[in-house]
Design a protein around this ligand. Structure first.
Ligand code: PEP
Ligand code: MG
Length: 594
């Protein structure tokens, strides 16, 4: 236990789930397990192999017990993450690797496990995409559980710790099994040393609306049980033992946020329409179907982007057509969603889908990814497409294809889709023959030939995250060039305008689903451009509706005209910020340089 007590110590991390929590610390401290390394005699190897195999069985047993004793209905929805860990443990490839090392090197099970997992983890670390890199955590959770069983018995559960009063969990990291065991009525916040926006804790915290800050670095070594702590999930700040004044300040901020949220929930139910009657759909971007409740609560009309990559993670075998079908059917059957846009698999290069053997690429962002991979791995693509088609019999699903760069890719996609339809017809399985097929506009070439592509598809969806990356030649995950991310760059504005105009000339709808669509500042620009739909993080929907409802379409068109005359992003942004501060003084502050 730590002796030192910090006073008003401020730590910075990544705010991953909005809101403010204030309470006492529940420190979840397990510490690192020392790995005992021993060589063993030849006649002992089989005994060691069995010891490892028994540990795997025990770990599966523990996870099943955790699953069955989940205390809360809301949390039960997330137990699929535990299933994924069980699948990994049951996976022969993983166990065989460890067993082979025990036999080959004649070393104890702990050492062999450490060697194998270190090797796997090293290959995860080379992955550029944060989302997938963070999946290495799954392996780490399994490793920790197995190691504890091998070293000294079962992994301690954390349930008891959270039985008393309401508090804030502070941990090095929380495994899905940990998160799921928590009695959430007793938890008002999460803080972890490690993690990012897409780590499990973050996803669960957001889905359950519990304020959370991750990636704080070393908080577990700075706090002790019952320290007071403030968690600001919007600013990504944690304060240990705040002074009374700071506490008061945060209590009033908490009240303010609660009132804003109440107001947002009221706005969430209203229509997304400008004062002069221009309608623009507001949709949600999701990664898990568990986010459906949040999507409805915050008033999205439909789902503009379902990133299906998560379905492929944490597993050895690829999802089957039937698995895809059941997932998409749940979305299709939700009568509160006017439409659900399912984007087909958008990974590749060195990103992690263990079943697919792929060459190492120097520049994976421009490598064999997304549709390029799907066209190469046709079976993989077909099982997803057939899953979507089958679910389309139950509700308004659309198909969205990522990273299209030319006509041939669309033609090939349509050919594969047609084959899928014929196969289902042959089996007399029902589906929507007129399902809409759209493409992401996220490669500059696609903008330039959008007139050709518009004749081939039913809708466009502009992915500004990638479009800006490729247009301005800035790596979207490289912090050194992030200052160059400029949605109002004249080149970006001209491209978007061109795509919207082309889409409308060809009488197809055009959405935007990159981060730009969810930033309130840009909404007048996007209305001026004439986009049909904006799709964003579900929590941003009410604010977007508020801004839409406070504007006039005619004004937005004039403003866009003015902005498009500017030579640089900076000048355009200055004009826009001034205007927004004038029109929405409560939401935008006049902080700009002349
Ligand atoms: C985009 O590129 O803007 C987009 C929405 O897709 P993702 O962020 O998943 O690449
Ligand atoms: Mg993209």
């Amino acid at each position: 236990m730590r002796e030192e007590t910090f006073k008003n110590k401020i730590l910075k991390g990544i705010g991953v789930s909005s809101g403010i929590a204030s309470g006492t610390v529940y420190l979840l401290e397990r510490g690192k397990i020392p790995v005992i390394k021993r060589t063993i005699k030849a006649e002992q190897t089989e005994k060691e192999v069995n010891r490892f195999k028994n540990a795997v069985k025990d770990a599966i047993g523990e996870l099943n017990t955790i699953k069955q004793s989940i205390p809360d209905d809301e949390v039960r929805k997330h137990s699929f993450i535990i299933d994924a860990h069980i699948l990994m443990l049951q996976d022969d490839f993983f166990s065989k690797n460890v067993v082979d090392v025990i036999r080959r090197d004649r070393i104890n099970a702990e050492w062999a496990l450490d060697m194998v997992v270190s090797k796997f983890m090293a290959s995860f670390e080379t992955i550029e995409d944060t989302y997938f890199r963070e999946r290495a955590q799954d392996l780490k959770y399994i490793y920790d559980r197995l190691m504890r069983i091998l070293v000294k018995g079962k992994t301690p559960t954390i349930e008891k710790k959270t039985k008393a009063e309401r508090g804030i969990i502070v941990a090095h990291d929380l495994s899905p099994a940990d998160t799921i065991q928590l009695n959430l009525n007793k938890i008002s916040g999460f803080v972890t040393d490690v993690g990012g926006r897409t780590s499990h804790t973050s996803i669960v915290a957001r889905a359950l609306e519990i304020p959370a800050v991750v990636g704080v670095g070393n908080i577990t070594s700075l706090v002790k049980d019952n320290d007071r702590i403030i968690v600001d999930g919007d600013e990504g700040i944690v304060i240990i033992n705040p002074t009374t004044e700071v506490q008061k300040e945060y209590i009033s901020k908490q009240m303010r946020l609660k009132n804003i949220k109440k107001e947002f929930l009221r706005i969430a139910k209203l229509k997304s329409e400008t004062k002069d009657g221009f309608k623009i759909k507001v949709g949600a971007n999701i990664e898990l179907i568990a986010e459906m409740d949040i999507v409805e609560k915050y008033g999205a009309q439909g789902i503009g982007l379902y990133r299906t990559e998560y379905i492929y993670l944490s597993r050895k075998t690829l999802p089957t057509e039937t698995e895809h079908f059941h997932i998409y059917k749940k979305l299709a059957e939700n009568r509160n969603l006017e439409y659900v846009t399912i984007r087909t698999l958008d990974i590749g290069g060195d990103k992690f889908v263990s079943e697919i053997e792929m060459a190492k690429e120097i520049n994976p962002a421009m490598g064999l990814r997304a549709i390029r991979l799907c066209i190469k791995e046709v079976d993989l693509f077909k099982s997803q497409l057939k899953g979507i088609l089958r679910a389309s019999a139950y509700g308004p699903l659309k198909i969205l294809i990522p990273m299209i760069s030319g006509l041939d890719e669309i033609r090939k996609t349509k050919e594969i889709l047609k084959e899928c339809m014929e196969e289902l017809e042959h089996k007399k399985i029902d589906f929507n023959r007129d399902i809409e097929l759209g493409i992401m506009i996220e490669v500059p070439a696609t903008c330039m030939i959008s007139d050709i592509l518009a004749k081939e598809v039913d809708f466009f969806s502009i992915g500004t995250n990638d479009l800006i990356q490729y247009t301005l030649a800035i790596d979207r995950i490289n912090e050194y060039v992030s200052y160059l991310y400029e949605p109002l760059h004249p080149a970006v504005l001209r491209m978007i305008k061109h795509v919207v105009d082309v889409a409308h000339t060809n009488e197809i709808e055009v959405a935007m689903c990159g981060e730009m669509a969810g930033e309130a500042l840009y909404i007048p620009v996007l209305i001026g451009l004439g986009l049909d739909e904006l799709s964003m993080n579900p929590y941003s929907v009410p604010k977007a509706k508020k801004i839409v409802r406070g504007l006039e379409h005619s004004y937005c068109k004039d403003l866009l005209f003015e902005l498009m005359k500017q030579e640089s992003h900076k000048k355009a942004e200055l004009i826009l910020r001034k205007e927004m501060a004038r029109l929405f003084p409560q939401d935008f502050i006049m902080c700009y340089e002349e």
